[in-house]
Design a protein around this ligand. Structure first.
Ligand code: PLP
Length: 232
């Protein structure tokens, strides 16, 4: 019940942001970030119409998925260590946080063994915060990754993802989202064989701004499920 109410409120905000930006509602996907929450709550979200989920730990999702119906789309949105690439490729529909060439290569091998196409996003680090992961926007590693991406057969790069810095000033997030969109446009010109359709940006605190700045996928946890308990 409470989930449906929160979902209705979020949906209203998404639609209002789309109207302000003159965008179609159908061009923005809503991902419910279900990390830390039990399978029962995910089932409630599915009943309310959610079809796309985000999880940030391989082991946590591996345990929960046994209790979930097939056919839902679940993306990995947390930092993924290369040694967990095989497991991640097996259980997730997509990995939205590819932050190194090494990880991309491991996922290619793993997806090949699984015999499946694995859509991925490249995570870009646009803030100075130490804890953030991702390719630096000006790095040669990012350029090399995109050159290699064009030749991968199982991993399919679909676009970019970023996490805006936590900041009281919403203009900081807006600046960050704008930068990601510009980067996407520049990279798409330089790498015509790679797809850049997806721009995953925006969380509970800043998704309306992200939509105004061109987000195609917002990742919303707290505004849908309530506050998360702190992890041990
Ligand atoms: C936890 C998380 C979210 C959701 O955050 P909320 O502020 O709860 O909406 C989105 N993206 C990533 C990468 C996350 O780790």
């Amino acid at each position: 019940m409470i989930f449906s109410k929160r979902l209705a409120a979020v949906e209203e905000h998404i639609q209002a942001a789309c109207r302000r930006a003159n965008r179609n509602r159908g061009d923005v996907r809503l991902m419910a970030v279900s990390k830390t929450h039990p399978a029962a709550l995910i089932s409630e979200a599915i009943a309310a119409g959610i079809t796309l989920f985000g999880e940030n730990r391989v082991q946590e999702y591996e345990a929960k998925r046994r209790e979930l119906p097939e056919g839902i789309e679940v993306h990995m949105i947390g930092h993924l260590q290369s040694n967990k690439a095989a497991k991640a490729a097996a259980i997730f529909s997509a990995v939205d946080t590819v932050d190194s060439i090494k990880l991309m290569d491991r996922l290619e091998d793993a997806a090949k063994r699984e015999g499946k196409q694995l859509p991925v996003l490249l995570e870009i680090k646009l803030s100075e915060e130490e804890a953030k992961t991702g390719f630096a926007p000006e790095s040669t590693e990012l350029q090399t990754a995109l050159e290699r991406a064009a030749d991968l057969r199982y991993v399919a790069v679909r676009g970019l993802m970023t996490v805006a810095p936590l900041h009281e000033n919403p203009q900081t997030a807006r600046q960050c989202f704008r930068e990601l969109r510009r980067l996407r446009e520049a990279l798409a010109q330089e790498h015509p064989r790679v797809k850049f359709d997806e721009l995953s940006m925006g969380m509970s605190g800043d998704y309306e701004i992200a939509i105004e700045e061109g987000s195609t996928l917002v990742r919303i946890g707290t505004a849908l499920f309530g506050a998360r308990e702190k992890r041990a």
